[in-house]
Design a protein around this ligand. Structure first.
Ligand code: PLP
Length: 351
């Protein structure tokens, strides 16, 4: 077999994932052949999964969290919508999402036969009046994003909660903090289970949490909510399962437990401070050079590089593009100032 090695992260500026913490890497290797999908057989990894959910609960200020480690944000979002749909009585369910919502909600709606109602944005955040207009008695969930994929913005989560309460609807409030969840505890944003009546949340250790891929997270306010996902499992030692997939990655679970143990809270706090300062530094440099730049509220910088993305790609840089055509730099812990200095030098050369 031909030898291949994974690419390095040195010019990857487009990824929500980053280099795993060394402890996460080591733990993953130890648990490669375990299956948290069968917790009665694989008790040690089941215990680690409990620890991960408790840790994620601490991050999102939920004292007795229910949940499980998913394959990623897509599965967590899909399962949150499935949970809301299963719990509701309606036969024609709909979900209201902001226009900034990740495309995983499009997949979820397609798979689950749920109508997706997209609310427009106002200055990168969901327009509350538009959400109010889209809500009706068939709405099973309203989604707020805490750290949008393109611009790192946080929707007004408490106001979404108020809106649901005022409307008297039984819809659930789901927060997608897949990427932002490991940064937001160190900001003054309102996004978590104590800031608002949040029912479910996506929060992914394999993004800013420094776990290995795959390790996503679904949290639910209580076990009774999660029970809407349970199916009986006649061939296993355990009797029921809430996860979407059957066999799951023990490596992902163990690595998430190890990363949380190593980094929560001080390591993640430091990581947030460094990446946010780096993002602001980059935005400042880009603005000084005359590029239209969206100021980073979380460590993502979007800027119109006047067509430089393609020539930069030829020089090895991996940059994502926003829907509006800006180049996007996701400032994960591997994105250092030295690397960005090299990017700026190449930008000058290709401009
Ligand atoms: N939600 C948000 C806000 C995201 O940014 C992403 C991925 O970037 C996802 C969900 C999907 O996560 P995954 O790629 O792990 O399935």
């Amino acid at each position: 077999m031909q030898e291949s090695s994974p690419q390095t992260f040195s010019r990857v500026l487009s990824s929500m994932c980053t280099e795993p913490h060394p402890a996460a890497r080591e733990a993953a290797e130890q648990f490669l052949a375990t299956n948290p999908g069968d917790p009665a057989t694989y008790e040690t990894v089941a215990d680690l999964e409990r620890r991960v959910i408790d840790g994620l609960g601490e991050l999102a200020r939920l004292t007795t969290p229910a949940g499980y480690v998913t394959s990623g944000g897509t599965e967590a979002n899909l399962q949150a919508i499935r949970l809301a749909r299963n719990r509701a009585e309606t036969r024609t369910p709909n979900v209201v999402v902001p226009a900034s919502a990740h495309f995983s909600f499009t997949k979820a709606a397609d798979v689950l036969g749920v109508d997706l109602r997209v609310a427009p944005l106002d200055e990168y955040r969901v327009d509350l009046d538009a959400v109010a207009e889209l809500l009706d008695e068939d709405t099973v969930a309203v989604v707020g994003v805490a750290g949008t994929t393109e611009y790192g913005r946080v929707d007004p989560i408490p106001a979404l909660g108020d809106l649901l309460a005022d409307d008297g609807t039984d819809a659930l409030l789901h927060v997608d903090a897949a990427w932002g969840g490991f940064a937001l505890p160190f900001t003054d944003r309102d996004w978590d289970f104590r800031d608002a009546p949040v029912d479910t949340m996506t929060i992914d250790p394999h993004k800013l949490g420094r776990a290995v891929v795959p390790a996503g997270g679904l949290l639910a306010r209580e076990e009774s909510l999660l029970a809407n996902l349970a199916v009986e499992t006649p061939y296993l030692e355990s009797t029921s399962q809430v996860a979407l997939t059957g066999t799951r990655s023990g490596a992902g679970v163990a690595s998430a437990a190890a990363a949380l143990e190593a980094l929560w809270p001080d390591g993640y706090r430091e990581q947030y401070a460094t990446t946010q300062a780096t993002a602001e530094w980059l935005a400042d440099r880009l603005m000084t050079r005359g590029y239209d730049t969206v100021p980073p509220e979380l460590p993502i910088v979007a800027a119109d590089l006047n067509g430089a993305v393609a020539p930069l790609r030829e020089r090895g840089w991996r940059l994502a593009r926003t829907e509006h055509g800006e180049a996007q730099v996701v400032v994960g812990p591997h994105v250092t100032r030295e690397r960005l200095q090299a990017l700026l030098a190449d930008l000058e050369a290709v401009a």
